[in-house]
Design a protein around this ligand. Structure first.
Ligand code: ARG
Length: 458
């Protein structure tokens, strides 16, 4: 049991208490960030004349040595230390002797841990962004290849109007694009450096907080030392953004499960991204999509946990805040894994264009276009709606689609209908006529794809 604070105590910590209190099993995840923060701290201390240049260089060498040895596996982080901060400091003293004891001058673990967590979250946002961009590139490719892949668009999970696969995927492009911008917003807002806030009330040493902030690529130091050590808003914001990403992935996954079902058969998931059944030889299951959908619960859970852990905490630091780590780490790792796997699944998926188009035809998705045709021939829309409704009923009786109805049948419902009806209600025409901004028509989708391309190359 290696602790930084034995002086005031006359008795050993109870073993169970020690284990309950310790965080090394999970906060070792940010050993790099912890060392990075310490390197900046000692540079600042020397610049301010609080440490000599020689002391600074010895400490820097020692810290770099710890980093190197942990990375190459010669030094392992073990649970005989209370947390990662104790581990690094104890190792430093082992390596360079008494001068190592000067590292923690003008610093508390409260501002130290606040810094480490911020550095970690910022690094993870920087890793997640290109992963999301890769997903967008795959979506964009599929859009480009499928501007004429007709399929039913749905409302209430009922076939509604024909769209294209490009248009459907374009909706997801927007979602993940917003996700990236949400992460960028969070990064911008959180980018202030808490180091130098001390335990809660700053310190009596003449620290240059702006210098440390600059060394660590922050925009500026945090403004209030009590807020600095107890702000976890950015973690809540991150978990909310991660939950939204998972929500989007989960909706997409659900559609893929539906499209992959025997009833739809819109998509063929690559063998490398599906699994079989131990008993039913015919099965090819969309497990990746299902797992991504399922893991959404974990990420939402982390958000709820964090909001609840912070609720009612008085200023400033409280040990409750140590609970900010495990589920946040898990949520970040989960989302990164889900986005990567989902991207791979999408990238290798085949689309059954023929089946999609047939499905659009047989779901009366062109019924609105029949009504619009009648309107163009002079029938008021409300009457046109009624006539088309009766035509649909007739087709349902016959088990055919509107396109299959003979002309004489059409004309029994309205004499204004001519042979040009077939062209007017073909899937191609239905889609081609819809060219308002954001619609599936060829001009509109071209513009959307062009806009996406610009955004991706920016
Ligand atoms: N392991 C602690 C945490 O994660 C570090 C801060 C400890 N500070 C304290 N006053 N006990 O929050």
């Amino acid at each position: 049991m290696a602790q930084l604070w034995g002086g005031r105590f006359t008795k050993e910590t109870d073993k169970l208490v020690y284990n309950f209190n310790a965080s090394i099993s999970f906060d070792q995840k940010f050993y790099r960030q912890d060392i990075r923060g310490s390197l900046a701290h000692v540079r600042m201390l020397a610049k301010q004349g609080i440490l000599t240049e020689q002391e600074r260089d010895q400490i820097i060498d020692g810290l770099n040595g710890i980093l190197r040895d942990v990375e190459n596996g010669t030094l392992s982080i073990t649970d005989e230390y209370e947390d990662i901060h104790s581990f690094v400091e104890a190792n430093l003293i082992d390596r360079i002797g008494d001068v190592g004891k000067k590292l923690h001058t003008g610093r508390s673990r409260n501002d130290q841990v606040a810094l480490d967590m911020k550095l970690y979250v910022r690094d993870e946002i920087d890793e997640l962004d290109p992963i999301l961009k890769k997903l967008l590139l795959v979506i964009e490719r599929i859009m480009e290849e499928n501007t004429e892949t007709y399929m039913p668009g749905f409302t209430h999970l009922q076939k509604a109007q024909p769209v294209t696969l490009a248009h459907h995927f374009g909706a997801y492009f927007e979602m993940f694009r917003r996700d990236r911008s949400r992460l960028a917003d969070i990064r911008r807002r959180m980018n202030t450096c808490p180091l130098g806030a001390g335990a809660l009330a700053g310190t009596t040493y003449p620290l240059d907080r702006a210098y440390t902030a600059q060394l660590l690529d922050f925009d500026e130091p945090t403004a209030n030392s009590m807020d600095s050590v107890s702000d976890r808003d950015y973690i809540i914001e991150l978990l909310s953004a991660l939950s939204t990403i998972q929500m989007h992935l989960s909706r997409f996954s659900e559609e893929i499960c539906i499209w992959n079902s025997n009833e739809y058969r819109f998509v063929e998931i690559d063998d490398a991204y599906s699994t079989g059944s131990s008993i039913m030889p015919q099965k090819k299951n969309p497990d990746i999509a299902e797992l991504v959908r399922g893991k959404t619960g974990r990420v939402y859970g982390a958000l709820m946990q964090m909001l609840t852990s912070m609720k009612g905490l008085p200023l400033a630091y409280n040990k409750d805040m140590q609970e900010d780590k495990e589920l946040t780490f898990d949520a970040i790792d989960t989302v990164k894994g889900c986005v990567v796997l989902f991207t791979g699944m999408l990238d290798t998926m085949k689309f059954r264009k023929d089946i999609m188009e047939q499905s659009a035809k047989h779901g009366f998705t062109n019924a609105t276009d029949v009504a619009d045709y009648l309107v163009r021939k002079g029938i008021p829309f409300r009457d046109a709606h009624g006539i088309t409704g009766r035509l649909v009923l007739d087709c349902l009786d016959r088990g055919c689609s509107l396109d299959d109805l003979p002309l004489e049948e059409f004309r029994r419902y309205s004499p204004v209908i001519d042979s040009d009806i077939y062209e007017a209600i073909s899937m191609k025409t239905c889609v081609e006529r819809r060219n308002t901004t954001g619609a599936p028509g060829p001009e509109a989708i071209r513009a959307e794809i062009e806009r996406n391309r610009k955004y991706l190359s920016a």
